[in-house]
Design a protein around this ligand. Structure first.
Ligand code: GLP
Length: 260
C-alpha cells in the first residue's frame, strides 16, 4: 500500500485525479469505480476541469458507483444518482448508457445485486476504484462486521453512519437505514484502488485502516490485502499515522526509484 500525505484538500484531490488520468490515458476504455460523499468532490472537480480545459476524454469510459440509498429515486436530492449527476456526470462526456449506479428503487434487490456484479464482469472489471472512508472505517456502505468477501448486496447502515449522514437531510428520521452497496470483495477485485480522506474527523479511521489489523470492524483495512492500493490523505487525516515519516520518505524517493 502506498500512503501519500498532502498538505491540504486541494493537493490531495489533484494527486488522486492524476492517478485517474493516468489510467484513462493508458486505457481510453477504462472502467472507473466512483464514490460519493463530500471527500471525492475535489477530485471530481479536477477531472471536470481537465475535461473542459485539457480535453480529457471520457467518451469511451464506463463507470460503476459503489452504492445507493434504498428508497431514494434518481431525482431525490440526497440520492447518489442525483449527487453524481450534479457533481460529475453532467459536466463530462461519459455516454449515459456507460454509467452504472445501484438502484435504490428496484423491486427485486437480490436479482439487481447479482445483475450489477455480472455487469461489472461483462465490462471487464473495474480498472480503478475511488474510495472515501466513513468515520467508522467503512468503505462504500460496508459497515463494521461486513464480510471481507462480501459482494453487492443490501446493507443496514450503522447508527454512526446515519448520524454522520444526517447533515445532508432535513431531519435524522429522513436518513434511509438501508443501502445497496458493492461488497468488500467486489471492491478488492478492482485492479487499482485510490482511497481519499480529509480532515481530523477521519484521522482515527485512517490510522486503523492503514496501520491496524485487517478486520471486518474497519472494512477499509481490507485494502491492505490489495496489491495496488494508494491512500491519499491531507495533513489532518494523517494525524494519527505512526509511520508518517516513512510514508513521506518513500514518496520523496519515488521519482529516483528504479522502475524495473
Ligand atoms: C458514505 C458513503 C461512503 C463515503 C462516506 C464518507 O457513507 N457511502 O462511500 O466514503 O459516506 O463520506 P464523506 O466523504 O462525506 O465523509
Amino acid at each position: 500500500m502506498e500512503v501519500i500525505i498532502q498538505q491540504d484538500y486541494d493537493q490531495m484531490s489533484k494527486i488522486a485525479a492524476q492517478i485517474v488520468v493516468e489510467v484513462i490515458n493508458a486505457k481510453p476504455t477504462a472502467v472507473l469505480g466512483m464514490a460519493t460523499g463530500s471527500t471525492p468532490l475535489g477530485l471530481y472537480q479536477e477531472l471536470v476541469r481537465l475535461h473542459k480545459e485539457e480535453q480529457l476524454d471520457f467518451s469511451r469510459v464506463t463507470t460503476f458507483n459503489l452504492d445507493e440509498y434504498v428508497g431514494l429515486g434518481v431525482n431525490h436530492p440526497q440520492s447518489y444518482h442525483y449527487f453524481m449527476h450534479e457533481h460529475f456526470f453532467k459536466h463530462v462526456n461519459i455516454p449515459p448508457h456507460n454509467i452504472n449506479i445501484p438502484s435504490g428503487t428496484t423491486s427485486n434487490y437480490p436479482a439487481f445485486c447479482q445483475w450489477y456484479e455480472e455487469r461489472i464482469a461483462d465490462c471487464g472489471g473495474i480498472d480503478v476504484q475511488i474510495l472515501g472512508i466513513g468515520s467508522d472505517g467503512h468503505i462504500a456502505f460496508n459497515e463494521p462486521t461486513s464480510s471481507l468477501s462480501s459482494r453487492t448486496r443490501l446493507k443496514t447502515l450503522s447508527k454512526q453512519t446515519i448520524d454522520d449522514n444526517a447533515r445532508f437531510f432535513e431531519q435524522r428520521e429522513s436518513v434511509p437505514i438501508y443501502a445497496i452497496t458493492m461488497g468488500v470483495g467486489t471492491i478488492l477485485d478492482a485492479r487499482k484502488l485510490i482511497l481519499v480522506a480529509s480532515g481530523k474527523a477521519k484521522a482515527e479511521a485512517i490510522s486503523r485502516a492503514v496501520e491496524g489489523p485487517v478486520t471486518s470492524m474497519i472494512t477499509a483495512s481490507a485494502i491492505q490485502m490489495h496489491r495496488d492500493a494508494t491512500v491519499i490523505v491531507d495533513d489532518e487525516a494523517a494525524a494519527d499515522l505512526t509511520m508518517r515519516d516513512y510514508y513521506d520518505f518513500i514518496y520523496a524517493a519515488k521519482p529516483a526509484a528504479p522502475r524495473f
